[in-house]
Design a protein around this ligand. Sequence first.
Ligand code: PEP
Length: 243
Amino acid sequence: MIQNLLALNWKMNKTPAEARAWAEELRGKLTANDTELAVMAPAVALASLAAHLPPGVALGAQDVSAHESGAYTGETSAAMLVDVGAKYAVVGHSERREYHHESDADVAAKARQAQANGLVPIVCVGEGLDVREKGEQVAYTLGQLEGSLVGVGPEVVIAYEPVWAIGTGKTATADDAEELAAAIRDALIERYGSDADGIRILYGGSVKPDNIATLCARPNVNGALVGGASLKVPDVIGMNDAL
Ligand code: PEP
């Protein structure tokens, strides 16, 4: 049985002080259950969260450098993220693929670098509206997955995030999520054999307290990657309780 993961992606929101206030509010309200809760915060808020998150809540980054160290101005290395307490690093989020022109090869390099330092990469894949309208979402997403996992081992989480559903309020159906999650599972089994059985596949795209249970009820969907609804503690409690 795979443990569900509720991964919160704050995007470029919350200062370290706001992160601390959020963590303290969460501490008073969170009830333990079988779901793993993890917060993907801006790099500058990670130290504050590490000091104030409730026990058992994991920490993650929203990106990681593909390089070990050195002359890469503005980048954050995997070793730095581990040192501040991170367990996860999101790689290949559609916003980075679009606004920072990250290719599948870039994403794979970041995922390899994360794993080399003991971080678990959360590799994001998913089709845009044009691809979905042509009915080519499975082939497109599996192609992205293949390119984003070159040289990457099975200590990984996959997030299927249809781009048309991110931050738009348009949610995929549970059937849409399972169609892709099942196809991703088959591709992971082909790549990793029995090691693929324990890999978590998340759904992401306008997940909220009132739809998370339905979206994550199918056998191959093992949790969610949540943007907008991750910012307010009551929404997080609602999602954590519903999952
Ligand atoms: C995301 O940022 O990965 C995401 C899924 O955002 P939202 O939940 O706001 O659609």
